[in-house]
Design a protein around this ligand. Sequence first.
Ligand code: GLN
Length: 486
Amino acid sequence: MGVLRKIHDAIRSKALGCEELTRSVIDQIAQKNSEVNAFIDVFEARAIQMAKAQDEALANGAELPVGAGIPVGIKDNMCIDGELVTCASNILKGYRSPYTSTAVGQIMAAGFIPVGRTNMDEFAMGSSNEHSVYGPVSNPWNKSLVSGGSSGGSAAAVAAGLVPLTLGSDTGGSIRQPASFCGVVGLKPTYGRVSRYGLVAFASSLDQIGPFAQYVDDAALILESLCGFDPYDSTSENRSVEPFSANLAVDSLKGKRIGVPNQLMSQTIAPDVRESISEALKRFESLGASIDYFDFDLVDEALATYYIIAPAEVSSNLSRFDGVRYGNRNTAANSLKEMIQTTRQQGFGDEVKRRIILGTYVLSSGYYDAYYGKAQKVRAVVSETYANLFKSYDFICSPTAPTTAFEKGANLNDPMQMYLSDIATIPVNLAGLPAMSFPCGLDSSGAPIGCQLVGGWFKERELLQAAHAFERAMEFQPKYSFEGVL
Ligand code: GLN
């Protein structure tokens, strides 16, 4: 059972107050966060005030909302009115949100309490959380390892037991890959399921907000509040939100067909990871599912396509950070041009600059058709391929990442190696599909391994059910759990 229901039982029976819980979470962050650097800020005043209001409402006989008193860490790229939001970048240091993002607003309306901002790779570009002005995040399982990224702070905060839930964003794997590295559950919803309004844009056609949790049913519970139509996001899907957390426990996975891409179980995948996924597949089989391998030739093309489309969108989205419209300005400049140049030079880190340069290049008039136009065509083929695959399979299963968490610094000077970390997650974003990563074992050094399950469009419920069945059968032991705080 997840922690949320336990917290609710405790609150309902008056064994625990919302304010008491919030204070102990804030204390715990103060004591333990420096070991992992997952939180970069705590919304103390806001959190305590929200908790007090909930205690008061409960005392007056109000119904307990689904998120009552539950502390949630929020990735530093989602706006909350009046709070800092910096995308872990110098260019936004000190910037306060003028409004609240729909996703965070919705979870707050359901009672969840945002307790602080979590660390991330600058503007969500990266796979190790080492590109952050706040410094790297350490993996709670082994502090010399990276947490994964870009939502490394959100993954590590849950893995370290600091909070039961966090929100992250996933453009090419940034929820699933750090979830895999930190041994927690991470879910990227179908593109359009969760509003992007108030999420600082990285690559708008790929970005999606989703939850991290230690248990599948906790992720299901918050997902119900996150999803929904939003007129402020033109790509938001207008469809009803199923009660993901109800009927989560299915007796068996009988009749479910799981496809496994050969290319993601090949020699390029670390042996420990491959072995663990093979065992996970056996477990799915013993739960009643059937397993079938297929060729997924597009894996390499998908990675290349992502690194054309995402930077192209970056070059456009990040042009607003010019010292005029948003963020910090170099006031020492002598002309407008110099001001814009130096503001951006000083404000952005190397990885962000690399993406802007790549993106500007692929969109430039001489190269647009050769790169951007072609990438869009490949993207359409990736989506079609998945559409056909889901005629034969209910889920596609693979490792979430080709390796477990690597040593800090190991890939910092090798962007290509860093990009390869997302080889299994990126195709999913290109097609806009929902996918989850959940822990399925440890490698020989004791670092967590993540299993990725991809579902058809809007099949979050089925995904959660399958992951839940796996979780119950596997009984993966978290390193630190949030329960200690209760
Ligand atoms: N690691 C990938 C990148 O650097 C994905 C990032 C993300 O999903 N935000 O682009």
